[in-house]
Design a protein around this ligand. Structure first.
Ligand SMILES: CC(C)(COP(=O)(O)OP(=O)(O)OC[C@H]1O[C@@H](n2cnc3c(N)ncnc32)[C@H](O)[C@@H]1OP(=O)(O)O)[C@@H](O)C(=O)NCCC(=O)NCCS
Length: 204
């Protein structure tokens, strides 16, 4: 298995893999795909990596440097500079290669190579996408809000300050399906920092 930055010659294979995954996804709301132009932009910014097994692309993962930031409004700290924000964007793994930790490994690789100057990492994840929620927590991100993004798509909003070492206080565990309580705790300013056995772990 090899993880590396994609270049323009990989565009066709990346699109093919994305289309295959899009066609096979059961909950279409979970995935917002990228256009060719967006993929090329991310390749150009050196924020999109591919995972190859025996010279075949089995996954890709991308960050995105937002020109029109739509996530910083969820950060409680109003002093931050939006120029420092990068999004952890899409992850796609071929169905035959799931559950092998490839999303996580691509994330570790990519997070180590976040371009200089980007100190705030943000992401959105569908509340039912447990693999991606686990992934974001693995990379030290935490949930700060839940809202409708991309028009009408419900998403958790994740945040991480680069190089942040979080000290956890008292924990409150809430079942992932307890939508009312999750929203209440987020509205009270608590953040979710982990998921264990279908329980979201909140702290102050
Ligand atoms: C989401 C996706 C990228 C995950 O890829 P993956 O390489 O299989 O994920 P990983 O193997 O790194 O799994 C991460 C964790 O989620 C868990 N997991 C994986 N699939 C899961 C599932 N369907 N349900 C619950 N947990 C799951 C893994 O066990 C792992 O948990 P662990 O850290 O406790 O071991 C892949 O399923 C995919 O391409 N889905 C369709 C596109 C999509 O929804 N992308 C995300 C939005 S951009």
């Amino acid at each position: 298995m090899k993880i590396k930055f994609a270049n323009c010659s990989h565009l066709k294979s990346i699109m093919k893999l994305q289309n295959l995954v899009k066609e096979n996804i059961t909950n279409k709301d979970m995935l917002v795909t990228l256009s060719e132009d967006e993929i090329l932009e991310n390749i150009g910014n050196k924020v999109l990596c591919i995972c190859e097994i025996e010279d075949t692309i089995v996954g890709f993962r991308s960050m995105h440097i937002p020109k029109n930031d739509y996530l910083s409004k969820y950060i409680p700290d109003t002093q931050i500079s939006t120029h420092n924000i990068i999004y952890s964007d899409i992850s796609i793994v071929h169905p035959d290669y799931r559950g092998l930790g490839l999303q996580k490994k691509m994330g570790e690789w990519l997070f180590e190579r976040i371009p200089e100057g980007y100190t705030i990492i943000m992401a959105t994840v569908h509340p039912d996408n447990i693999a991606s929620i686990k992934d974001k927590f693995h990379h030290g991100m935490h949930i700060i809000a839940k809202d409708f993004v991309y028009g009408d798509k419900v998403r958790y909003i994740f945040l991480k300050y680069r190089d942040e070492r979080r000290k956890c206080g008292e924990e409150i565990a809430v079942h992932v399906d307890d939508v009312y309580k999750i929203e209440r705790l987020l509205n009270e300013g608590l953040i979710a920092v982990d998921i264990r056995d279908n329980l979201l772990i909140f702290t102050k």
